[in-house]
Ligand binder design. Structure first.
Ligand code: CUA
Length: 166
């Protein structure tokens, strides 16, 4: 079978591109330790009110520049729906749903979680720049879905906080 020169070139180019992408995926898996998200635990959605830490949603400081935000997603709100931390803080979000599938996306960050009923979702993020970060539910969860949002308010860096300049 005769294959045109340009067709041959593009076949090789396509193969080479796929090889580069596959190599990038395996490098991420094996060298950088990337992995697909897995549930950080299980929780009974009907018993959140009596299951620690979800019996006390809120933000607590756990070390210098480190915070833990325990959150509940429910139709159609986040609890708490406002989080305040100083710039330079690393916040570990731990969130569970009380009812249906929700999502948590914090704009201008890479915080992007699915909140599956029965599972605990967790992710850490360091808020370097002060400002207001909108957090929205990005999984359709019913008629009030578009009203399900909150914000992270990052204030000026606290004196002596890890990573704070001078
Ligand atoms: Cu919760 Cu959409």
């Amino acid at each position: 079978m005769r294959v045109e020169l340009y067709e041959k070139l593009f076949l090789w180019l396509t193969g080479a591109t796929m090889a580069v992408f596959l190599a990038a995926i395996f490098a991420g898996l094996l060298l950088a330790g990337h992995h697909v998200p897995a549930p950080a635990g299980r929780v009974d959605p009907k018993r959140l009110a009596e299951t620690p830490p979800f019996d006390r949603p809120g933000v607590v400081q756990v070390g210098p520049g480190r915070y833990e935000a325990t959150m509940i997603a429910q139709i159609w709100a986040f609890n708490p729906n406002e989080i305040r931390v100083p710039a330079g803080s690393t916040v570990t979000f731990r969130i569970a749903s009380r009812d249906v599938l929700h999502g948590l996306k914090i704009l201008n960050t890479n915080v992007n979680l699915m909140i599956v009923p029965g599972e605990v979702s967790t992710l850490s993020y360091t808020f370097r720049a002060p400002g207001e970060y909108l957090m929205v539910c990005h999984e359709y969860c019913g008629v009030g879905h578009q009203g399900m949002f909150g914000k992270v308010i990052v204030g000026p860096a606290a004196a002596g906080a890890a990573g704070a300049a001078s």
